[in-house]
Design a binder for this molecule. Structure first.
Ligand code: SF4
Length: 88
């Protein structure tokens, strides 16, 4: 196992990403998980993923993503494959 470099935290688990072409600034993700989602500066107040998102479990990431009214939160696994399936 490789030793960790100071200040380096490996990305583990599912990672959320907000598609700004889809986000309508409802605030659901920010209210539900303020440690992981916030609003970016600017008039549109689109949601962004915060560093605290790495603290969420895979299940919690999927749960919060499922609360987005327009399915703007996409979730990817450690290999970079999208695991959100909005067709279901
Ligand atoms: S829940 Fe969806 S639409 Fe609402 S702020 Fe978050 S990403 Fe944007």
């Amino acid at each position: 196992m490789e030793p960790l470099l100071p200040g380096y935290a490996p990305v583990m688990g599912y990672r959320p990403w907000v598609n700004h072409n889809e986000c309508v600034s409802s605030g659901a993700c920010v209210l539900e998980a303020p440690e992981a989602f916030g609003f970016q500066e600017g008039p549109e107040s689109l949601a962004v993923v915060l560093p605290g998102a790495t603290e969420l479990s895979d299940e919690r990431v999927l749960e919060v993503a499922g609360m987005c009214p327009v399915d703007a939160i996409h979730v990817f696994d450690e290999a970079g494959k999208e695991v959100t399936d909005f067709a279901a």
